[in-house]
Design a protein around this ligand. Structure first.
Ligand SMILES: *Cc1c(COP(=O)(O)O)cnc(C)c1O
Length: 403
């Protein structure tokens, strides 16, 4: 960066001067070290774990920072959870400049709060922000704030296995003008909601209705980013599926009805190999139509690990490849389709009991435990890593580091 003013001062302070002049010259980046904390004067009563409904209860505090095109990011704050006040002309209301993340904090047997591979959420948040031309945001600074936030609201993580604190980092465009253009102002906020099992019925398998007349995502679109605009168009097909008795939509793409995702989760099938040598673990490739889920990549990584396979007496080969409804129907007819799984942060892994397609159902084998051997092994392993009961490649990050 060519900043002339301080370069001529050859003393040992020159780098400080240079840094100061760079900051004077441009909007400030988000800086977690400037955090201001205001604790609530009236902590809310905790909701008993068994009464929690996903995303209905919020913790005592929230993170907020705002971006001004001239001054840049404000000093971030952790303050009591409260409504926001925004100009009705704000970009987020008019043009949907909203992006978000979904992640969870867990407590382990040692009582310490932990996050699961949070740096992947932060990289994805940075990509979503860039895709919607929102002001640049340093995810590493957001993560420092989130760790502090989780420490402060740790009492909201129910100390019951399978429960966690769902975190919803959000960035919205707050430019208050109607011109159809990128938002040069923004707000970051993070709220937290204590969460139990996503499907209250426990491991009850879910049913899917394959839909080809509505498309969730397409190459060159925004399907691979976690941007608000991707979700509203899915609500009508979801309602139609529910009316026909199915839990979620199975999203297809293209003339050949490629299988992409299920609801707002990634989708896997487990297929007996033709050569009899174990099972294929198959999910769609990241071709722009798929949200790169952290649960998806974790499942792929575990399933391809020989340690994981050995531990569970499984022989697995993982594949990120295109597969179609015709493939599913064929594998099912051949008796080779042993499991179908929906995977994502909220539910971890749910098994699929049937897939409605062209007026018929492709049915999957029922497993007594609610999940088949591969789904169960993955689910147990991921939950153990998340709750800090097992160490795996540094995936679980304690919230007391780096502060
Ligand atoms: C968030 C999301 C997923 C799951 O991603 P995780 O990081 O595993 O929670 C899958 N599909 C869509 C469309 C999503 O929005």
């Amino acid at each position: 960066m060519a900043i002339e003013t301080s370069a001529s001062v050859p003393d040992e302070n020159s780098s400080h001067l240079q840094k100061a002049s760079v900051q004077d010259a441009g909007p400030a980046p988000l800086d977690a070290s400037k955090l201001k904390i205001t604790l609530t004067q009236s902590p809310k009563a905790l909701v008993p774990p068994e009464q929690l409904r996903f995303g209905h209860t919020f913790s005592d505090h929230m993170i907020v920072a705002t971006y001004d095109p001239v001054t840049g990011w404000s000093a971030p704050e952790i303050k009591p959870y409260a409504p926001l006040t925004l100009d009705p002309s704000s970009s987020c209301f008019q043009y949907c400049t909203n992006v978000f993340e979904g992640m969870k904090a867990y407590v382990g047997p040692d009582g310490k709060p932990r996050l699961f591979r949070p740096e992947l959420n932060m990289r994805r948040l940075e990509r979503s922000v860039a895709r919607f031309a929102l002001p640049p945001l340093d995810g590493d600074e957001v993560l420092k704030l989130i760790k502090r936030f989780v420490q402060i609201d740790v009492r909201w993580i129910p100390a019951v296995p399978g429960y966690s604190l769902y975190l919803r980092p959000t960035v919205i465009g707050t430019r208050a003008a109607l011109g159809v253009t990128a938002s040069d102002s923004a707000m970051l906020f993070v709220i937290a909601s204590p969460a139990g099992p996503y499907f209250p019925q426990g491991l009850r398998p879910i049913s899917l209705l394959a839909v080809s007349d509505c498309v969730r995502a397409w190459p060159g679109g925004t399907g691979s980013d976690k941007v608000g605009g991707n979700y509203a168009p899915g609500f009508l097909p979801q309602k139609i599926a529910a009316k026909q008795g199915y839990d979620q939509v199975l999203w297809l793409f293209g003339e050949d009805n490629r299988v992409t995702e299920a609801g707002v989760m990634n989708f896997f099938v487990i297929v007996k190999r033709e050569d009899g040598d174990g099972l294929d673990v198959i999910t769609a490739p990241l071709d722009g139509t798929i949200l790169p889920g952290i649960t998806r990549t974790s499942c792929l990584s575990l399933a391809s690990s020989s340690a994981f396979q050995k531990e569970n007496s499984l022989r697995l080969q993982t594949h990120e490849r295109v597969f179609t409804m015709a493939d599913l129907a064929q594998w099912s007819a051949q008796g080779r389709l042993v499991e179908a799984l929906s995977v994502g942060t909220a539910a971890i892994i749910a098994s699929v009991s049937k897939i409605g397609w062209k007026g018929k159902d492709i049915t999957l084998p029922l497993h007594e435990a609610g999940l088949g051997p591969v789904g169960m092994a993955l689910r147990k392993k991921i939950a153990a890593i998340q709750e800090g009961r097992e160490e795996w490649e540094g995936w679980s990050i304690a919230c007391d580091r780096e502060l």
